[in-house]
Write a protein that binds this ligand. Structure first.
Ligand SMILES: [Zn+2]
Length: 132
């Protein structure tokens, strides 16, 4: 059995974006919600402003934080757009973005520790088995 790399086992989820005022598609691997340190867990990414009447907005990045539960359902969406015309982020926006990313990094660290623990347990089991 070969899995197709783009479409295999991917689960499609949609969410409503309050800045673009439209729904976006997201594709997750079926095991995406496994081994998280807490639920719902957050997933942070950037996407471009869509559907804006203002052509200036087209290149703007929207920082999106999605909260996903153990069943891979989207429980919440938070979006942040830098309203400033310049490329320099406003102080408040920077603070919000740093806060979101810091939370995301801390979650990743927790998940990393869980995985290391599982890996060590497996290694121990493997050693026990091979010593028999
Ligand atoms: Zn959007």
């Amino acid at each position: 059995m070969t899995k197709s790399p783009d479409n295999g086992n991917k689960i499609k989820k949609i969410y409503r974006c309050s800045i673009c005022k439209k729904t976006h598609d997201l594709y997750f691997p079926s095991d995406f919600a496994k081994n998280r340190s807490k639920y719902p867990f957050s997933y942070v990414f950037l996407h471009k402003y869509e559907n804006s009447e203002n052509i200036e907005d087209k290149d703007k990045d929207i920082l999106t934080t999605i909260y996903i539960d153990a069943q891979l359902n989207i429980r919440g969406v938070e979006v942040l757009l830098n309203e400033d015309d310049t490329n320099i982020l406003s102080k408040d926006t920077s603070k919000d973005i740093i806060g979101k990313l810091t939370g995301f990094i801390l979650e990743l660290q927790d998940e990393h520790e869980i995985l290391i623990k599982k890996y060590n347990d497996l290694e121990k089991k493997y050693e026990e088995l091979s010593n028999k």
